[in-house]
Design a protein around this ligand. Structure first.
Ligand SMILES: Cc1cc2nc3c(=O)[nH]c(=O)nc-3n(C[C@H](O)[C@H](O)[C@H](O)COP(=O)(O)OP(=O)(O)OC[C@H]3O[C@@H](n4cnc5c(N)ncnc54)[C@H](O)[C@@H]3O)c2cc1C
Length: 511
């Protein structure tokens, strides 16, 4: 297998808010030297690689087999320094957008299987957090909002919802928990000044970094061997005796290692090790930031407590927005359960995510700033400016939530004019997502490579997918199941056909 160093993680990524207080396992080395051999190697120390390690070690420790397989995890940088440590913190099942596209392409059963799989994550993670006593600010928000700020987006959202509701056998129960509303009082209901309508559904959010590091500590207690700062440069199949068995030689800057089974949880970076994925999964850059109360001016009268942002109507919002000429985009926003009620928000796609120069009054071919890049050491300047710049209408929160929300009492009993609230953007960062051409992750055994498994291509939406996807792959690797016996959605299966994509959802008209 060839090496593509241009798609390996880069040094010195932009510092994210989540990683501002590194865990003691951030740079962990279980052993000083790279082991020369293991039974199962996981490559990638993000949410998915660590979830895989956790499920694997749990399965191995509860089995009576002896000797126990030796499991090693190699991570190119620090643990959770990829998309996981740089995301928006949402664990938000998509019940209204992607399922409509899946319905059109694959039919109602396939579409509802994906939606159900995502919904199942909320309860699975809630149970895990409880059982393992994981401190990761996990919060279930019973009334997460998806807010439409243009009539066109509202009409499209309504249409998608109607298409799904036309299949009650597949979507009836799933959509019972989704409420749709449109009307002139949508700003009053949501606090979003340009709201035209919205969906309400049960969602969750968490600190992805704290969650992943806590899960990693449980896996280490169960016997995982972890080496950070150990990029895998290449993987090559080795001749074995008898020849029917498989063995892989892994090359790193710190030496080589052989393994019989290999799990690549390398997400955006997968094509560096598996070139056959280079058309199916493209690394794409996104940007997010953290907003907190501005410190009081030195001359200000001392207040009763530390500064705190006003409570939003919901702690989880997806905001569908557009530029004046109609280029669509969205923001995903959570309000944290911390003392400051701080905000993590990302997206701003409408400021840069368009490909051509001629047709956009906003101008400029911005593809180079986000498409096919693994550079999370630099920013997307238009998105950064959008969140950081104070205009005449104030900062991002005032422009988005005020002043119309000032005139209404919220369900939580708080009357807020964001125009009067002093905020600061204290962290801005970028991260690299694995966008797949058909918008679906690639899960399972790599076609034509026995003993090599992949979990990759999670878009900006891996949190309600990756934990149970990892469980399914572990059932294949140590449980001897075939993909179809794992309960994983059929459309996630990585296949030879999907490696020659017929859809172009990344640059085309897809999702
Ligand atoms: C700005 C931004 C906002 C997002 N917001 C959300 C959100 O709110 N909700 C949501 O669900 N999803 C969100 N996502 C997406 C989500 O973060 C990802 O889907 C998820 O983290 C994928 O986890 P992962 O472990 O597969 O990938 P990653 O976290 O990227 O982990 C892959 C790991 O593999 C390592 N690696 C790669 N190649 C090699 C190699 N050759 N050798 C050794 N190690 C290697 C990398 O260093 C990395 O640590 C967002 C992503 C970004 C960038």
């Amino acid at each position: 297998m060839s090496q593509r160093p241009n798609h390996l993680p880069v040094p010195n990524p932009t510092p994210s808010y989540w990683r501002s207080q590194p865990d003691e396992l951030d740079n962990h080395q279980t052993v000083p030297e790279l082991p020369s051999q293991c039974d199962i190697l996981i490559v990638g120390g993000g949410y998915v690689g660590v979830s895989t390690a956790y499920h694997l070690l749990k399965a191995i420790s509860s089995s009576s087999s002896s000797p126990k397989p030796r499991v090693v995890l190699l991570e190119a940088r620090n643990t959770s320094s990829g998309a996981t440590g740089r995301n928006g913190g949402h664990l938000r099942p998509d019940l209204t957008s992607a399922p409509a596209q899946l319905l059109e392409r694959y039919g109602p059963e396939a579409a509802s299987a994906v939606a159900q799989f995502e919904v199942d994550h909320m309860d699975a993670i809630a149970q895990l957090v409880r059982e393992e006593q994981i401190d990761c600010d996990f919060t279930i928000e019973p009334a997460g909002l998806e807010v439409f700020t243009t009539k066109e987006q509202l009409a499209a959202g309504k249409k998608r919802f109607a298409q799904l509701r036309a299949h009650p056998a597949s979507f009836g129960t799933l959509l019972d928990g989704v409420r749709f509303y449109e009307g002139d009082d949508a700003p009053a209901h949501t606090g979003v000044r340009d709201a035209k309508g919205y969906f309400v559904s049960r969602v969750a959010h968490l600190s992805p970094y704290k969650f992943t590091l806590a899960l990693l500590s449980r896996a280490l207690e169960l016997g995982l061997v972890l080496k950070t700062h150990t990029p895998v440069l290449s993987i090559a199949k080795q001749a074995t005796n008898p020849p029917s068995q498989h063995q892989y030689l892994i090359t790193t800057p710190h030496g080589t290692l052989t393994t019989t089974q290999l799990i690549l949880a390398t997400n955006a970076y997968t094509s560096a090790l598996l070139p056959e994925y280079s058309a199916a999964i493209i690394p794409c850059r996104g940007l997010a930031c953290h907003i907190s109360p501005a410190p009081p001016a030195p001359a200000a009268t001392p207040s009763s407590g530390p500064p705190q942002l006003p409570q939003l109507r919901s702690t989880s919002l997806c905001l569908r927005v557009a530029t004046p000429s109609g280029i669509p985009g969205y923001h995903y926003l959570i309000q944290r359960p911390d003392a400051e009620r701080s905000i993590v928000v990302g997206g701003a796609h409408h400021t840069y995510k368009f490909a051509t120069t001629n047709t956009n009054p906003e101008g400029g071919d911005q593809r180079g700033v986000w498409y096919n890049t693994v550079d999370d050491a630099s920013f997307i300047e238009r998105a950064r400016a959008f969140y950081c710049n104070e205009s005449e209408d104030g900062g991002f929160m005032a422009r988005t939530f005020g002043p119309s929300s000032s005139s209404v009492s919220t369900e939580k009993g708080i009357v807020t004019d964001w125009a009067t609230v002093q905020t600061q953007v204290d962290h801005v960062w970028t991260g690299i997502m694995g966008y797949s051409a058909d918008s679906l992750p690639h899960i399972g055994e790599v076609p034509g490579r026995e003993g090599v498994f992949v979990l990759a291509g999670f878009h900006g939406h891996g949190m309600p997918v990756g934990y149970l996807a990892a469980k399914g792959v572990v059932e294949m690797v140590v449980g001897g199941k075939v993909y179809e016996e794992t309960g994983l959605p059929g459309v996630y299966k990585t296949t030879g056909e999907r490696l020659k994509p017929v859809w172009d959802d990344i640059l085309g008209d897809g999702k």
